[in-house]
Design a protein around this ligand. Structure first.
Ligand code: HPA
Length: 245
């Protein structure tokens, strides 16, 4: 049976609460093992796959995630469309804590991650088009689902992917703002680029967990993991309603 949608959960999202009749898969791919088991089940009447990007116990930091294995595993199990949940910091005004966003652009500041399928000698060299890094048709469905379910969503915006695992300096965030970034997260790349290389439809549902360093009304506010997790938990009700829609 085809998989209608694969969902990759980010920080604070380690399971899909209402996934029913769950089968668990532990695929191994040519790139190694994914972050954890892929759970496939029924969600709002559709066949949906779920994978926790950092592992179900959040044991993998962003630079240690095997992004290639995660996406290759989902593809091998039959997924063609991936909705990535990404916990992010907000940089510009529209993107305060607990906002749900569907960005349309991306800047990659990560380094030292395997970011392509053509890493191995002898593999086919790919130069995929990446002008629009997210699949527009899937984005439109996400946005339409939000409108239909009456869920507020910040549409568009640029996601800046940083290396982490530390958070950014105020100067780095000011620099990213000048570059045109609205959101900052640590896992948006290489995932989006690899999805394109694998021919998967891919869109990002960003959950804003905090104001990025120096970006909010109180520029000296310290960002704590507890704030991040509390804000993600608070936004998850709407995010789950959106997924169901
Ligand atoms: N920066 C980078 N990644 C994040 C942040 C942040 O402020 N918040 C949640 N993920």
């Amino acid at each position: 049976m085809t998989i209608e949608l694969a969902v990759i959960g980010g920080t604070g999202v380690y399971a899909l609460g209402e996934l029913a009749d769950v089968e668990t898969h532990q695929p191994v791919t040519p790139y190694g093992a994914p972050s954890g088991p892929v759970r496939i089940g029924t969600y709002a009447g559709k066949r949906v796959a779920f994978l926790a990007r950092h592992g179900e116990g959040h044991s993998l930091p962003p630079h240690r995630i095997n992004y290639r294995a995660n996406l290759a595993a989902l593809k091998a199990l039959g997924a063609t469309r991936v909705l990535a949940l990404n916990t992010v910091g907000g940089i510009t005004e529209r993107f305060g804590p607990r906002v749900l966003a569907c960005p349309d652009q991306l800047i990659d500041y990560t380094w030292g991650r395997i970011s392509t399928l053509c890493e191995e000698p002898g593999s086919e060299v790919l130069h995929v088009d990446f002008g629009d890094p997210y699949t527009q048709a899937l984005r439109k469905q996400v946005i339409a689902a939000a409108v239909g379910a009456g869920i507020a969503m910040a549409v568009g915006g640029c996601y800046g992917a940083t290396q982490g695992p530390r958070l950014e300096t105020k100067a780095e965030i000011a620099c990213m703002r000048r570059d045109g970034c609205d959101l900052v997260g640590m896992t948006g790349m290489p995932e989006a680029g690899l999805a394109r290389e694998l021919g998967l439809d891919y869109a990002c549902l960003a959950i804003v967990a905090n104001w990025a360093a120096g970006a909010g009304p109180n520029p000296d506010e310290v960002i704590t993991l507890q704030d991040v997790l509390d804000n993600v938990a608070a936004a998850m009700d709407d995010a789950a309603r959106l997924l169901r829609a």
